[in-house]
Design a protein around this ligand. Sequence first.
Ligand SMILES: [Zn+2]
Ligand SMILES: [Zn+2]
Length: 403
Amino acid sequence: MSNPDHMSDNGRSSDDGRFDRLRATTTFAGEAHNRWTQATLAVVGVGVLGSLFAREASRSGTHIDLYDFDIGEAHNKGNQPVEVGEPKAEAIARLCNSIAPGSARAHVEDIRHVGPGSFEHIALLVDSTDDVALALPLTELSNGWGVPLLRLAVDGSGRLELGRVLVSHGGQGRACQVCASSWNDVFDPGARTPCIGAQRQQAPTNAGTALAMSVAGLGLLYAQRLVGGNGSDQILDGEVIVDLDTPGILPMKLRRNEECLSGHKRFDPTHLDRTAAGTTIKELFWLARIALENEPPAESESGPLQEISLAFRGHPILLSVVCRGCDLELVRPGTLWRPAPECPECGLVMERRTDAALDHMNQAQARALGLADTSCAALGLPTEGALVTARAPGHSPVQLMFA
Ligand SMILES: [Zn+2]
Ligand SMILES: [Zn+2]
C-alpha cells in the first residue's frame, strides 16, 4: 500500500493547499485522503473508461500503475487522449504526470503475462478492460492479495447509454466478481460474445465520452472510498447499473458464494531472492525441494521429493510449435510468451499450439523436454513476480514467488 520509493511524492505532501477542498468532503475526511495519497492503484485497460479514471485519480493525489498493450489508433481519438501509433498506457501516463508529476507509470504489457508479485503492494485493482477473458485472472489476483477489485464497463454496442460499476472483495470474505458465475460464463462465454481471442483482437467499444465520464466518475468515488475507508462498507458486495437513456441508477446486491469457482484463494508465497532470468528449471526444482521440506508434512509419512511437480500460474507449458506455411510441427516447449522459432523448412515464424499443454511438470518431464538448464524467463515466465506452486506427495503445496 505504501508509495514505492521510485515514485516522487507528486508534489502533494504539501502544503500548497491543492487538496484542502477534497479533504473537506465526507469521502476524504479524517485519514482517508492520506491513505489515498500513499496508495498505488493498478488500472488495467486505459481506453475510454480507464483514461478518464486514471486522470482524475492521479489529480486527486494517488499513484497509478497503468497496464495496457494497445496502441492508439485514429478511431480512438474521438473519445481518448491518445496518439496514433503510441502505446495507450504511455500516452495516459504522460497525461497523468503532466497533472501530478510522478503519479503514474506505464506498463505496455499483456496483464496475463505480468507476475502476481507486481500487485502485492497495490491498494486497489481496477479492471476497465471489459474483457471477459480477464474476469477470472483478475479476480484471482484480487482474492490472492486480499485487495478489492473494481470493474468499470460500458455497453459497447453503441445502441444503449448503459454502463456498470462492480465492487468485489473476495479476499475479505465478501462477494468476488465470479461468485455468481457458472463455469461456462467464465471459461466458455461464446454464447454471448464472440470468441475470446476475437474479442481481444478487435475490442470495439462503441461508446461516447458522456457515458464513460458517468461510469468513470462513479468508479472514482468508489475507489476513493475503498482505499480511504470512508463509507466502503456500503459499496462492497454491490453492482450499480448506470442508465443514461432512462435515466436511472440501479444498485444491485452481490452475494458471496462459498462454492465459487474462483475458490477465494489467498496467495501465501515464499519469496525467492532470485529472478526468473537468473534461475534455471533445475534450480527451481531444488528451491522447491527446500521450501517443501520446510513445510510440515501433510500426513505422517512424507512422500519422495523426487516426485515434485511445478505449476506455473497462468503459464502452462505448451509442447509444440507448428508452421502455417508447410504444416511442419516440432516439439519446442515453452509458455505462450516464449517466442516461437522460424520454420527450418520455409522460414516463416512458427506458432505455438495451445491445445497440447502441461499444467504442471515433474523433473522427469523437464529433463525429457530438454528444459533442465533453461532459465525460467527463457521458458516464457514473467520476468518479475512469477508465481509457481510446488507439490510433492505427502507434503502441503508451497508457492514460490520470483523477485
Ligand atoms: Zn467468488
Ligand atoms: Zn514452414
